[in-house]
Design a protein around this ligand. Structure first.
Ligand code: RAM
Length: 934
C-alpha cells in the first residue's frame, strides 16, 4: 500500500494541546469557545477533523472518507462509532471537516480515525487519535485563591494593590512582587485509573505534583486581557499520582496580571490560582480536589521578585526542599485567602503553550576591565540562559541582557528604555548549582555576568530559545548568501516574537501585540511557522478589546488600552482572518468575527469618513527611511505619505474584503452595501489623490503609488504610468533602495514583480547599502531591525528585533522566488500554483512548505542554459506548474517527454511560460535548448 494518512488533529482552533508527559498528544475541545453564533450554545460543539495523505504514487486522490468517533479505544478498534460514524462520504476533502455526531458532553474523551478510498483502489485506515472536551463554567468547583496584599521585597508593608493615589502609584512602580508558592495535600484512597488537572494561575504558573513539574511548557498560560478571557490549561496527570498522600504545589509569578511598573500598563490584580484535579479510580468512582481556603501559601520561597521587563531574583538559600512533596512542614506558611475571580470568562487555552524550543551554546565569554564578563550568544535571541556555578553560600551572580554592545565592550542598554533586564542568583553554596529563570524572558545577544565566583567559560551557560510550540513548516535557501542570511534573521525575529501573541519586540519596556506590524507579516510568516492557532487566538484578543462603538485597538491583548482609531493598524484584524482562510482553508474566523468587522467599518464611517475620504491617521507610513541617519521619523513632507491616503486606501481594501467575508459568512445581503461604499471611496480617492497631469498619486511617494496599484484603486488606463513613477522614484531618488515604511513595504516586493520589475525587487532584496535588510546584516544584525537606520538612530525607539519592516518579503521568497502558492481561487493549497521567479544572479532556490495538505517542494537550479526543477505536490492536490522561459525548448520530466506522462493532464503556453496541469507526486523537470534548434 503506497498511501499513508497522517491524522492532523488540527481539530483546530478550539482544541488545546495537552500536557506532553505522555507520548501521545491529546487535544481538548472547549465546549464554549468554538461556537460560531452563540458562544454558549451547546449545539455548536463542533470540533473539526483534518488529515493529510501521503503517497509515493503520482496522481493520488481521495475519493471517499469515513470518519469514526468512539467513546473508548475498544469501541474504536471494533469500528463502533458510538459518537459518530460519518458513513462513506464521497469527497476529496481532508481539511477541517466538522464533527457531526452526538452532542459531546463535558470532559468527554473522543477517539477517532478515518478510513479513505483512493482512486488507485486503496482503502487506507489512519492510526487512532483522540481529543477530549473541556469544562463548562458550571463544572468548576474550584475557588480562586491568593493573598490580597502586597509584600514588597525587604520591606514589611502591605497595601491594597489598586493604586488609589500618587504615592501608591509610585509604590506600584517600584514594586515587583515576590513569587507565591502554594501547596496542598491530596489523599487518594484507591488506585488511580485516570486523572485530569484543569488549572489557571495568573499571571503565570508552574504546577508540580509530588515534586515533578507538570508539562514542559513555560510562561503559562499564554497572555490575554484577563477582564475578558481567562485561559486555563488541561493536563493528563494520571502518571504523577499514587494511592495515598500526594502533594500539589504551584508557583505563581506576576506575568501580565500584576503587570509591569509602567503606569499606563493595566494591572488586573494580585497573582491568583484556580486548580481542579479530577481523579477517576480503578473502581470507576471519582474524586475532585480543588483550590480552596485550605491551601497554604508562602512568599518566602527562593523565587523572589519577578517581572517580564525587569527580571527575576532567586535566592537558593531559601530553597524549601521537598515543598511540593509530602515530606515538608508548611506550618509557617500562610493560609490562603479566597479572592475574587477575575472578570474574564474561563476558557480552555486553544493556542499552543510557550516552550523552550531550542538550546544554543554561547559563542564566547570574555572579561571586561572592571571584573564583569560578557557572554556572546552569537545570535539575537529571545528567552534566557541557564547558569552553572559553584561558589560560596551567599555569592550573588547578576545577569543583565542586551542586544548590542557599546564601543567600550559594555552592554548597550539605552534602547531598552525602562526595562531593567536583570536576573540575580544567590548561591546556596553546595556543590555545582544550576539555575534558569521561570517567569521572565529577555531579548538579547549579549549577557553581562557579574559576581561570578571563579572564571566563567562558555560551558557555564546555555541559551534557551523560547517561543510558542509550533511546527516550522518552511525551509528556504538560495544561491544568494545575503538572501539566505536575511531569511535566517527573519526566522529568528518571527519566532522570537511569538509568545501567545505576536509582539512587536521582545526586549524593551514594550513587548506589545501591535496590530499594524502583522497586517501582511502574518501571511508571510505562515509559510515558515504553523501559526494558525496563534493567530486565531490573536483575533479573539482583538475582538476582546473592541469597544462598544466598534473601535479597535492598536495593541492586543489590551494591556495599554490604546485606541488611535487609525484604519491601518486595525486592518490586521481583517487581513489575519483572511490569511487563515487562504493559507489554512479556515473560514470560521471570518464567520466568528464578521459582526465585529462590520462594527469597525461602521465606526470609521460614522466618525472619520468625510466626502468618502477617511480623514484620520496617526502613524503614517511608520518608520520610513528618514532624511538624516539620526532621526527616527522623517519630518520631510516630500518623503511622507499623506495619512488620509493611507487610511482611505486601507479602508477601501477592508470594504473589498468585507464583500468576500459577507459572502463566505452567509451575509450576502451586505455585499451590495460594501460594494457601493467601496465604489464611492474609489472615486473620491482618485479624485482627491490622483494627479492626471503628472500621472502620480498625492506627493508621488512610492507608498502612495503602490497602494493605489496594489489595492486595485488605480484605473487600468493609468496603471503603467503610475508604476513608472514607482520605478523612477526608487531608481533615481533612492538609488535602487527602499523608500517606504511599514505600510509601503507590505506591497513593495510583490508590486515591483507583478508590474514587470522583478529585477528591481531583486536589487532591493539583495542590497547591502543603506537602506536595506542587507545593510542591517552588514552591520552585524542577526534579526531584523525596527528602523532602517537602526545602527545610528535615537535609542528612544530603536529595537534590534522587530519584524514589521519585513513587509511582504517572506511572501516574495516563497510565492515568487520559489514559486509556491495557492492558485487564485484556492484555499489551503487544494490547488497549487508553482511559478518560480528566475531573477538576478540566482542559480538555485530550494524551498519547501508543509501545507495543511502536505509538503509542497520547489527546488530549482540553472546549469548553463539548462533549467532543472524538482517539485513535489501533495497527494490529493493538483497544481498548475509554470515552466519558465520554456517555450520552444526541450522539456523532459525524468527522461520522458511530457506527453508520455499520465499525471500531466494539460500543457499550454502563456508568453514564455509553458504551463502544465499536474496531478500529485514528485517530478523532476529539465528545460534546455533543443539541439535541433541550435
Ligand atoms: C512602536 C511599536 C510598534 C509600532 C508602533 C506604532 O512603539 O514598536 O512596532 O507598531 O510603535
Amino acid at each position: 500500500m503506497k498511501t499513508r494518512i497522517l491524522l492532523c488533529m488540527a481539530v483546530s482552533l478550539m482544541l488545546t494541546l495537552f500536557s506532553c508527559h505522555k507520548t501521545e498528544k491529546v487535544w481538548v475541545y472547549d465546549l464554549k469557545v468554538e461556537s460560531l453564533v452563540n458562544p454558549l450554545g451547546l449545539e455548536q460543539k463542533q470540533p473539526r477533523l483534518s488529515w493529510k495523505l501521503h503517497s509515493e504514487e503520482r496522481g493520488v486522490h481521495q475519493q471517499a472518507y469515513r470518519i469514526i468517533v468512539s467513546s473508548s479505544e475498544e469501541k474504536l478498534k471494533e469500528n463502533v462509532g458510538d459518537l459518530w460514524d460519518s458513513g462513506r462520504i464521497p469527497s476529496s476533502e481532508t481539511v477541517l471537516i466538522p464533527y457531526e455526531g452526538a452532542l459531546l458532553s463535558d470532559r468527554q474523551f473522543c477517539y477517532w480515525k478515518v478510513r479513505i478510498e483512493t482512486n488507485l483502489g486503496e482503502v487506507v485506515s489512519s492510526e487512532r487519535a483522540f481529543w477530549s472536551m473541556g469544562l463548562e463554567t458550571s463544572d468548576w468547583q474550584a475557588k480562586w485563591i491568593g493573598l490580597e496584599s502586597i509584600e514588597a521585597e525587604g520591606e514589611d508593608r502591605k497595601m491594597n494593590f489598586v493604586p488609589e493615589n500618587e504615592d501608591e502609584l509610585r509604590l506600584k512602580s517600584e514594586t515587583r512582587l515576590r513569587a507565591r508558592y502554594l501547596r496542598k495535600e491530596i489523599k487518594l484512597g484507591k488506585d488511580v485509573k485516570s486523572a485530569m488537572l484543569y488549572i489557571s494561575g495568573l499571571g503565570l504558573y508552574e504546577a508540580y505534583l509530588n515534586g515533578h513539574k507538570i508539562g514542559d511548557q513555560v510562561l503559562a498560560p499564554t497572555p490575554t486581557d484577563y477582564s475578558k478571557t481567562v485561559p486555563y490549561n488541561t493536563f493528563d496527570v494520571t502518571s504523577y499520582l499514587n494511592k495515598g498522600e500526594n502533594i500539589i504545589g504551584v508557583i505563581l509569578g506576576n506575568g501580565r496580571f500584576f503587570s509591569m511598573r509602567i503606569p499606563w500598563f493595566r494591572t488586573f490584580g494580585l497573582p491568583q490560582l484556580l486548580s481542579q484535579l479530577e481523579v477517576t479510580y480503578k473502581d470507576d468512582t471519582k474524586d475532585t480536589f480543588v483550590s480552596d481556603e485550605s491551601w497554604k501559601l508562602t512568599l518566602d520561597g527562593p523565587l523572589g521578585v519577578n517581572n517580564e521587563f525587569d527580571g527575576e531574583e532567586y535566592d537558593a538559600r531559601k530553597e524549601m526542599e521537598g515543598w511540593s512533596t509530602n515530606d515538608f512542614d508548611d506550618a509557617a506558611w500562610y493560609s490562603v485567602e479566597l479572592v475574587n475571580a477575575p472578570e474574564g470568562k474561563l476558557q480552555a487555552q486553544e493556542n499552543p503553550n510557550i516552550k523552550v524550543m531550542e538550546h544554543i551554546k554561547p559563542l564566547s565569554v570574555h572579561k571586561l576591565d572592571d571584573d564583569k564578563y560578557i557572554i556572546d550568544m552569537g545570535q539575537n535571541m529571545v528567552g534566557w540562559i541557564t547558569l552553572k556555578v559553584r561558589g560560596k553560600r551567599g555569592d550573588k551572580v547578576t545577569l543583565r541582557y542586551a542586544e548590542l554592545l557599546k564601543e567600550d565592550g559594555h552592554l548597550y542598554l539605552d534602547n531598552l528604555r525602562g526595562a531593567k533586564v536583570t536576573d540575580t542568583y544567590i548561591l546556596k553554596g553546595d556543590e555545582e548549582e544550576t539555575w534558569e529563570p521561570k517567569f521572565v524572558f529577555h531579548g538579547f545577544r549579549y549577557v553581562e555576568v557579574s559576581g561570578f565566583p571563579g572564571v566563567p567559560t562558555v560551558d557555564h551557560f546555555e541559551g534557551r530559545v523560547v517561543y510558542d510550540e509550533m511546527k516550522t513548516t518552511g525551509t528556504f535557501e538560495t544561491s544568494n548568501a545575503i538572501i539566505n542570511r536575511i531569511y535566517q534573521n527573519a526566522c529568528w525575529g518571527i519566532k522570537g516574537n511569538y509568545r501567545g501573541m505576536p509582539t512587536d519586540c521582545p526586549q524593551r519596556d514594550e513587548r506589545m501585540g501591535w496590530l499594524g506590524d502583522r497586517t501582511t507579516g502574518a501571511y508571510g510568516e505562515s509559510y515558515i511557522y504553523d501559526n494558525q492557532k496563534l493567530y486565531a487566538k490573536w483575533l479573539k484578543d482583538i475582538e476582546d478589546s473592541q469597544l462598544a462603538n466598534g473601535a479597535l485597538p492598536d495593541v492586543a491583548p489590551n494591556y495599554w488600552e490604546m485606541y488611535t482609531n487609525d484604519v491601518t493598524w486595525p486592518a490586521a484584524y481583517f487581513t489575519v482572518a483572511d490569511m487563515l482562510y487562504k493559507q489554512y482553508g479556515d473560514v470560521r474566523p471570518i464567520i466568528r468575527h464578521y459582526d465585529s468587522f462590520k462594527a469597525f467599518i461602521q465606526f470609521i464611517r460614522d466618525n472619520y469618513l468625510k466626502d468618502d475620504i477617511v480623514i484620520h491617521d496617526t502613524f503614517g507610513d511608520w518608520c520610513m527611511p528618514p532624511e538624516s541617519m539620526e532621526m527616527i521619523h522623517s519630518q520631510d513632507p516630500s518623503r511622507k505619505t499623506s495619512g488620509e491616503l493611507l487610511s482611505t486606501a486601507y479602508y477601501y481594501r477592508l470594504l473589498v474584503l468585507m464583500q468576500k467575508f459577507a459572502s463566505l459568512s452567509g451575509n450576502d445581503k451586505d455585499i451590495a452595501y460594501y460594494r457601493e461604499s467601496g465604489d464611492r471611496i474609489l472615486k473620491a480617492f482618485n479624485r482627491k489623490f490622483y494627479n492626471a497631469s503628472t500621472g502620480y498619486y498625492s506627493n508621488n511617494t512610492v507608498t502612495a503609488n503602490l497602494l493605489a496599484l496594489m489595492n486595485g484603486m488605480a484605473p487600468d488606463s493609468v496603471r503603467q504610468v503610475v508604476f513608472e513613477h514607482v520605478v523612477d522614484k526608487t531608481l533615481n531618488e533612492f538609488k535602487g533602495h527602499v523608500s517606504t515604511g511599514l505600510i509601503g513595504i507590505q506591497w513593495l516586493m510583490r508590486g515591483l514583480s507583478d508590474y514587470g520589475q522583478p529585477e528591481l525587487a531583486y536589487k532591493i532584496a539583495t542590497n547591502k547599502t543603506y537602506p536595506s535588510w542587507g545593510y542591517m546584516i552588514e552591520n552585524d544584525a542577526t534579526t531584523i531591525w525596527e528602523l532602517w537606520n537602526g545602527n545610528t538612530a535615537d535609542p528612544a525607539m530603536n529595537s534590534a528585533n522587530h519584524v514589521m519592516l519585513l513587509g511582504d518579503l517572506i511572501i516574495w521568497y516563497y510565492e515568487y522566488l520559489a514559486g509556491i502558492r495557492n492558485e487564485a481561487a484556492s484555499t489551503g493549497f487544494k490547488k497549487i500554483e508553482m511559478k518560480p521567479l528566475l531573477v538576478g544572479d540566482l542559480t538555485y532556490v530550494n524551498a519547501s512548505y508543509q501545507s495543511i495538505r502536505g509538503e509542497i517542494r520547489s527546488h530549482w537550479r540553472r546549469e548553463g542554459t539548462t533549467f532543472i526543477w524538482d517539485i513535489a505536490i501533495p497527494a490529493n492536490t493538483t497544481a498548475s506548474v509554470y515552466l519558465p522561459e520554456a517555450v520552444g525548448k526541450e522539456i523532459k520530466e525524468g527522461n520522458k517527454e511530457l506527453n508520455d506522462i499520465k499525471s500531466i493532464t494539460g500543457v499550454r503556453t502563456d508568453g514564455n511560460w509553458v504551463i502544465i496541469d499536474l496531478e500529485s507526486g514528485e517530478y523532476s523537470f529539465t528545460v534546455k535548448q533543443n539541439r535541433m534548434l541550435n
